[in-house]
Design a protein around this ligand. Sequence first.
Ligand SMILES: Cc1cc2nc3c(=O)[nH]c(=O)nc-3n(C[C@H](O)[C@H](O)[C@H](O)COP(=O)(O)OP(=O)(O)OC[C@H]3O[C@@H](n4cnc5c(N)ncnc54)[C@H](O)[C@@H]3O)c2cc1C
Length: 508
Amino acid sequence: MSRWDYVIVGAGSAGCVLADRLSADGAAEVLLIEAGTGNPETRPEVQVPILFPRLFGGDLDWNFSTTPQPGLADRSIPIPRGKAVGGSSVINAQLWTRGHRADYDGWAASGLTGWSHDDLQPYFDRAEQRISLTGLRYPLPVTPAFVNACARLGYAPAAEVQEGYALARATHRDGLRHSSADAYLGPARERPNLTVLADTLVRRVLFEGTRATGVEVEGESGVEVLRAEREVVLSAGSVGSPHLLLLSGVGPAGELSRHGVPVVRDLPSVGRDLTDHLLVPLAFEAMGFQSPGAVASPEQVSQYLRDRSGTLDSIISEALLFLRTREEIEAPDIEVVHLVVPLGEHERPAAHGLALGVILLRPRSRGTITLRSADPHDAPLIDPHYLSDEAGDDLATLVAGIRAAQRILRQPDFAQWLGKPLTDGALSEDVDDIAAYVRATGGSIHHLVSTCRMGTDEHSVVDPEFRVRGLTGLRVVDASAMPSLVRAHTHAPVTMLAERAADVLLQH
Ligand SMILES: Cc1cc2nc3c(=O)[nH]c(=O)nc-3n(C[C@H](O)[C@H](O)[C@H](O)COP(=O)(O)OP(=O)(O)OC[C@H]3O[C@@H](n4cnc5c(N)ncnc54)[C@H](O)[C@@H]3O)c2cc1C
């Protein structure tokens, strides 16, 4: 068979939701195409929570990196992306956060009717009925120090509204990682009307006039065409979806022509509006505790193998704090993640340590995804343009966030756990030194969004029903379609968005 009703490109956080929901009633023939492997769950690193950092740079990772970033001392920043059925949820850090009320009410205020915080909660609820969430089962003794220090400084314990501090929740089930493939594709894969085609690269979307009719793919049997009777849905992620649109002739006409790609639709905003969360780590040697997984003892391994308990069942980021650097703003602009490993540029995998990761929640800087060449095998150019906003607000907010994190570290609660800084300047109080520290150590926390931005304005790429403007039979449903970056780790918001998209598609 080479014709389906729906052809979904990319089996990641969004694609797995769509494949399940669109095939559930048996009425439509659904094809889910994935460039990566079909059975990542056979690898221990994919299953055992503490092992996930080992997936970075391996064959389940696209292994992208940015162009040199002038705002970050001209460094190229690694951009891992999952390449397997399950997508980035297979290699991600397992945190689950819904986002702040102001994020979604802001979307509604921009004209996206039906996208307010209250409108969207049922979709999060629906996602949480499928994805298994677990609280911390074995917090390290240093984690109460973070919580107590936050309380001592007057922050509120307020996880639900995402302002204040909270212990983390993770996408785990019974001591194992729980990806979107586990949550959504398990039972769906048995359905006769759902086909999952792994190890198959989609090279471009095909059109008749302005109607998408299918995709050209490259797999075991060479290059072939697969037809969509109703819709092609791109769920290839914030890098993959704009890349595919550009390869298919949908994007800025000038850029397409420069690479010899025939223009199907001049859509200047494809690949623009790239927004990402920048994280600056403050890393220290450990005193009096052991980082999980740094050196797993035979006892820890056998305990985990016995009943999946103990510190190998760790998500590393054990607690979060969402804070406002200025009283007058409406919602948090900084998140501080409490990590029980010495994460960052100076990460030493076998070392015991801790780090506070300071995250800029609402960056003003915007970047781009552009073609490197017209060859689908060539990764696109990824330029997040970190810290490029003219007024310098992004850097100023990060500096204020770092000062807030330093105050936490100076509380007496931390005194017994905090060893030497692993990075020169982590505790510097001088504003210029801190700014230099940001540029020298900042990196991505992998929340790229908005490269096929949804909106009601003419510069948006997709409309509120996920349709690519000016074309028929083609939608984009994934992190790239997000109207703007939310104050959250993006897995839950992307899952919510896909749940909503499934409703939209099923109503047509
Ligand atoms: C290392 C890492 C850590 C993270 N940690 C967290 C976290 O702790 N909490 C959190 O909330 N979020 C986290 N995130 C972010 C979150 O995982 C992503 O925002 C989310 O998974 C994105 O979902 P998506 O559906 O847009 O894309 P993806 O899940 O990336 O799916 C895209 C899929 O499309 C496939 N694809 C791409 N191009 C093609 C093509 N041409 N042909 C065929 N298939 C293709 C890819 O292989 C992939 O499977 C993390 C991300 C990473 C990478």
